[in-house]
Design a protein around this ligand. Structure first.
Ligand SMILES: C[S@@+](CC[C@H](N)C(=O)[O-])C[C@H]1O[C@@H](n2cnc3c(N)ncnc32)[C@H](O)[C@@H]1O
Length: 374
């Protein structure tokens, strides 16, 4: 943990592998067949550990001491925070997937917001240029389409949060056909919400009560229900975990869709994140509910989606969705909570991936009464 407090914004890594086309267990279960020892080695390199695990027919979900890991047959999504070294997992996972399962990397995506305490980060995380160099050296040369960017391109003011994205792909076409989530036609869409300066009374719910003799899982479950987080994605099965003396992490599973929430409630550097991967409409609709749980003074929302499969025309054919449509859907979810959009950006990356980024701050006229908690 950073000496100046928990660092807030997490970093997110998504690795997508090509599954064998010949059928069999490796094609069906892919990365889910990785030995426990390989996952442990990757997490040791990152300097975090599993505190809780769950799974369904589509994927495995792990709550970590520092955030979360999701393992699908062809995809690993690793989110970490604090002073972990997320990128150290890349060579370990690539080697294990190749040696143990014969799987080759198809695409890599890394993203993060500006750090609250960049000086507390270990190499290569203190500087985005170092992170990009590290990733360029770690991913196979066959991923020849590569791009790194910081959004928005220019600062409006010092201290403005910006979204850092690196993507590398074996193809410049839409990669979603490689993704197990698409086997059932579900489009690939990830929403990342970062919230700071939450309402103090609301985040007090994520402190343990002195003398509470329950387990971290039981208290986490109670926090999920009491905070309203359990209603954000009501169809999903949520696994909450309470840290001592405060802090909360939760993974939720709903078919091939995941959601994850991480809360640092300490005064002075309070932070919460909400991420949901899966279908576009459901993910966008859930943003407002997640923000309402924390009522933060500042919010940033990043949406990542793949070009041609995110929506369907009236004729039933896939069509690209415009970044402007995503901006407007995000604003419709967040602005009724008394937050106003301060900046927005959109860029395309290898693999026909589009990333949008918007920042919002609470308006002077906003009040908690604007939130419908029914
Ligand atoms: C739930 S994690 C979420 C991290 C979040 N992504 C961040 O960077 O702020 C952090 C919260 O759990 C608390 N915590 C307590 N023990 C912890 C531990 N062993 N590892 C990580 N966090 C711990 C921290 O004080 C903090 O409030």
């Amino acid at each position: 943990m950073a000496s100046s407090g928990f660092k807030g914004f997490e970093e997110l890594l998504e690795l997508v592998f090509s599954l064998p086309s010949c059928g069999g267990a490796r094609a069906q279960h892919g990365l889910r067949l990785l030995p426990v020892g390989a996952l442990r080695e990757a997490l040791e390199a990152v300097q975090c550990a599993v505190v809780s695990a769950a799974g369904n027919t589509a994927f495995d979900a792990y709550v970590l001491s520092e955030s979360s890991l999701f393992v699908y047959p062809s995809r690993a999504v690793l989110k970490t925070c604090g002073t972990t070294r997320l990128l150290r997992a890349v060579p370990v996972l690539l080697r294990a997937a190749g040696d143990e399962l014969g799987l080759a990397l198809w695409s890599c995506r890394y993203s993060r917001c500006s750090y609250l305490f960049p000086e507390a980060q270990p190499f290569p995380h203190a500087d985005f240029a170092d992170e990009v160099r590290y990733l360029d050296g770690a991913v196979p040369s066959g991923l020849r389409f590569r791009r790194a960017s910081v959004m928005p391109a220019s600062h409006r003011h010092s201290g403005q949060n910006r979204w850092h994205v690196y993507a590398a792909s074996a193809s410049d076409d839409d990669v979603t056909g490689k993704d197990d989530e698409h086997a059932d036609g579900t489009p690939h869409f990830t929403v990342d919400v970062c919230m700071t300066n939450q309402d103090r009374a609301l985040v007090r719910q994520f402190f343990l009560t002195p003398g509470d003799g329950r387990t971290s899982h039981a208290t986490g479950e109670a926090m999920t229900a009491a905070s309203g987080l359990g209603d954000v994605n009501p169809r999903s099965l949520a696994f909450g975990y309470a840290f001592a003396p405060c802090g909360y992490s939760m993974n939720a599973l709903d078919g091939a869709r995941y959601a994850t929430v991480h809360v640092t409630p300490e005064d002075g550097h309070s932070y919460a994140s909400y991420e949901r991967g899966g279908d576009g409409a459901g993910a966008l609709a859930s943003i407002g509910k997640a923000v309402a749980v924390f009522w933060p003074a500042t919010v940033s929302v990043s949406v990542c989606y793949y070009g041609t499969t995110a929506t369907t025309s009236t004729e039933g054919t896939p069509q690209a969705i415009a970044a402007a449509w995503v901006w407007s859907a995000v604003a419709d979810a967040v602005e009724p909570l008394g937050l106003a959009c301060r900046s927005r950006a959109a860029e395309t990356f290898p693999g026909a991936m589009t990333v949008t980024y918007q920042t919002f701050t609470r308006t002077p006229a906003a009040s908690l009464d604007m939130i419908d908690r029914s």
